[in-house]
Design a protein around this ligand. Structure first.
Ligand code: MN3
Length: 209
């Protein structure tokens, strides 16, 4: 998969219905094929006439485009964030994954939050607290693990290395759960890709795909 322009909408790493009954097939189809695709198409459209930005990765675009004055720079950062956040979200889930983290990540969660259950409660609270559209994240920051919420398609890459994210825009759950975000979050815990979060925690990469 290209990590720079032109960005492509690579297929999900599992079938659309693989996360049933927790996340429904139709939601996954629309979310990947339309919502993510729109960010990719918008981003490619914005970069088409800017060769100086075409070799940059998503992380570099988010970082540099948002700080560069000029027409469309905010739009570039927002759409790059939309691609990064969705790729992170889709890869951060899997069918039949392990139910809990192990190894160094499990130990770090225990140190920071007391227990996995306490972490789940705090993360759920954070995800419920997002007003309107955004994400909840587990980030490995300068002082260790922390919970972060971001609005719209903002990313926490300036705070540290993201390990896990949850899309709480209504399009992520409305078809199945209507306005009940708590039910969606509850189901999502069953499909968290802990193995990938462990690998991301243990390596130098800033994105897990
Ligand atoms: Mn989304």
């Amino acid at each position: 998969m290209n990590n720079h322009y032109p960005f492509e909408n690579a297929p999900l790493p599992y079938a659309y219905d693989a996360l049933e009954p927790y996340i429904d097939e139709k939601t996954m189809q629309l979310h990947h094929d339309r919502h993510l695709k729109a960010y990719i198409d918008n981003l490619n459209g914005l970069l088409k006439t800017r060769p100086q930005l075409q070799a940059l990765t998503l992380e570099q675009l988010i970082c540099t485009a948002g700080q560069t004055p000029g027409k469309d720079c905010v739009a570039i950062a927002r759409n790059a964030g939309g691609v990064y956040n969705h790729r992170f979200f889709f890869h951060g889930m899997c069918p039949d994954g392990k139910k809990a983290p192990e190894g160094a990540l499990a130990a770090a969660i225990g140190r920071r939050f007391g227990s996995l259950n306490a972490f789940r409660e705090k993360f759920t609270e954070a995800a419920l607290s997002v007003f309107g559209s955004g994400y909840a994240w587990l980030v490995n920051g300068k002082r260790g693990l922390c919970l972060v919420t971001t609005a719209n398609q903002e990313t926490p890459t300036g705070i540290g290395k993201p390990l896990l994210n949850l899309d709480v825009w209504e399009h992520a759950y409305y078809l199945k759960h209507y306005n009940k975000r708590a039910d969606y979050i509850n189901g999502w815990w069953n499909v968290v890709n802990w193995e990938l979060a462990e690998q991301t925690y243990g390596c130098g990469r800033t994105s897990p795909w």
